[in-house]
Design a protein around this ligand. Sequence first.
Ligand code: HEM
Length: 203
Amino acid sequence: MKTIGRVALCVLALGVAGYATLAYALLPLGALVHPGMRLTFHAHPVGIYTHVFASSLALLTGPLQFSSRFRQRHRRVHRWLGRVYLGVGVALGGLSGLYMATLAFGGLTAKFGFAGLASIWLYTGLRAFRAIREGDVAAHRKWVVRNFALTFAAVTLRIYLPLSIASGIPFETCYSVIAWLCWIPNLLVAEALFNRRSGRSQM
Ligand code: HEM
């Protein structure tokens, strides 16, 4: 069951990263999004391209970092991939995500939702980096799990979007709710996993 969950997580993360990279490298800018979003993307191409490519790198590199077998066998690669994940994926993807959040479709609710996600993404990334520099492996593990739960918002958002369109509720309304829904439950799941583990280790 645990293995099925891990495989599903990897397939979804790699699938969304692959879709985003190919769609934004090969198709005209904003070809697959709402016309309102397309206008913003055309006015801020550097912001959206930086965001999509850097964040996709985080989604691509993140899953492998959680494999303990990989970490034990390839410590140096784990360190380098971690630098790419945090230094390029999260830092660049988060800063450009914060910039795009100020322009997001769906009004103030969506803008605050995405800005909250970007800020906590950057914060948890910084805490993960500082923890490992201080040699605190247990804290590093907790902060990277929280951080990847937020990276995974890119996947959950793309699961909720088609469901919301199918529901018939106007896109503007759904989008502003999804700007929050795509990341808060992910963080709660990460915290629940920590609690379950610490409960088990106390038994
Ligand atoms: C976790 C922090 C993230 C934040 C705060 C964030 C924020 C945003 C914002 C504000 C937009 C513009 C939406 C609009 O104009 O209404 C956007 C679009 C986009 N983001 Fe992110 N994002 C994050 C993570 C990611 C990740 C990890 C990916 C990796 C695939 C990603 C891929 C995209 C893509 C492809 C778009 C363009 C819209 C689309 O084609 O679906 N984002 N993001």
